[in-house]
Design a protein around this ligand. Structure first.
Ligand code: 6PG
Length: 243
C-alpha cells in the first residue's frame, strides 16, 4: 500500500490573494515545463479559477509552448454561462496576443457522450504521442477544484466513474440539477506531475478535510488526490483551510 499523498497546504489571506498566488504558481510551473519543450496543462471549471485566469491573461508566459486541455466540461454550448471552456475563453484565451500552441476544449453532447469521450482520448493520445489504451498521459500541471459534496472534476459521490481505471475520459450522464458531462478519470488525474487544488470559502473546509482523510472514493471522489503520484498542492483561502 503506497503512502497517501496529503500534499502541501498553502493558505492565502483571502480570495484576491488566492487568485494572485495561484496565477503566479501556474506561471512558474508552466514556464518550467515549457522550457523542456511543451507544457501540457489541464484546467477545471467552476467559479474559483476565474479570477486566477483573468490574472494569468496579464502575465508573461511562454504561451506558444503551451497546450491547454480541460479536466471536465458540461454538455452545453460554448456560449452558455455553464460552459467551462466558454468561461476560460472569456477570462483568458480571448485576451492573449500570443496564441497558445494548442487549446483543446472538450466537445460533449448528451446524445453522444461516450463517442465524445473517446474522441477526446484520441486527441490526448495524439498530443502526448501515446497510443490509446497505453498508460495514462501525465500532464505537467493539472488544476482541480472541489465541490461542497467533495466531488472533483466531474466525479461525483455515488457515481461509479471514480472507479474507472482504464479509460482516460468518460461521459457522465445528466443527473438531478446537473448537466451531462465529460471528465478526465482517476488514472489521468493521479498521473499528473503536479496537481494544484484551488478552493475558496468556508464551505470547502469540510470537503477538503474529507478529501485528505482515508475512506471511500465513491463517498468522496476528491480522495483520489491522496493517490496523486506527483506533487500535490492545496491552495486555499483562510476560510477553506483544513484543520
Ligand atoms: C465543474 C468543475 C468542478 C469544480 C468544483 C468547484 O465543471 O463543475 O470542474 O469540479 O471544480 O465544482 O467549483 P467552484 O469553483 O465553482 O466551487
Amino acid at each position: 500500500m503506497t503512502q497517501a499523498n496529503l500534499g502541501h497546504v498553502l493558505v492565502a489571506a483571502d480570495g484576491d490573494a488566492l487568485a494572485q498566488i495561484a496565477a503566479h504558481f501556474v506561471r512558474a510551473l508552466v514556464g518550467e515545463a515549457a522550457a523542456r519543450g511543451v507544457a501540457r496543462i489541464a484546467i477545471s471549471g467552476g467559479s474559483t479559477p476565474r479570477a486566477m485566469n483573468r490574472i494569468l491573461a496579464s502575465l508573461d508566459l511562454p504561451w506558444g509552448a503551451t497546450e491547454w486541455f480541460w479536466v471536465d466540461e458540461r454538455a452545453v454550448p460554448d456560449e452558455s454561462d455553464r460552459s467551462n471552456y466558454g468561461a476560460a475563453r472569456s477570462d483568458l484565451f480571448s485576451k492573449l496576443t500570443t496564441p497558445p500552441r494548442g487549446v483543446y476544449p472538450m466537445i460533449a453532447s448528451p446524445a453522444t457522450l461516450d463517442a465524445d469521450a473517446r474522441a477526446y482520448e484520441a486527441l490526448m493520445a495524439r498530443s502526448f504521442g501515446l497510443s490509446a489504451g497505453s498508460a495514462a498521459p501525465s500532464f505537467d500541471l493539472l488544476l482541480l477544484g472541489i465541490g461542497d459534496d467533495a466531488h472533483t472534476a466531474s466525479l461525483f459521490p455515488g457515481d461509479p466513474f471514480v472507479d474507472e481505471t482504464d479509460r482516460w475520459v468518460v461521459g457522465v450522464p445528466a443527473a438531478e440539477g446537473r448537466e451531462a458531462r465529460l471528465t478526465l478519470t482517476r488514472p489521468v488525474i493521479t498521473a499528473a506531475k503536479r496537481v494544484i487544488v484551488l478552493a475558496q470559502g468556508s464551505a470547502k473546509k469540510g470537503p477538503i478535510e474529507r478529501a485528505r482523510s482515508a475512506g471511500s472514493l465513491r463517498e468522496a471522489p476528491s480522495r483520489l488526490t491522496r493517490e496523486v503520484r506527483g506533487e500535490l498542492l492545496w491552495l486555499v483561502d483562510a476560510a477553506a483551510r483544513p484543520t
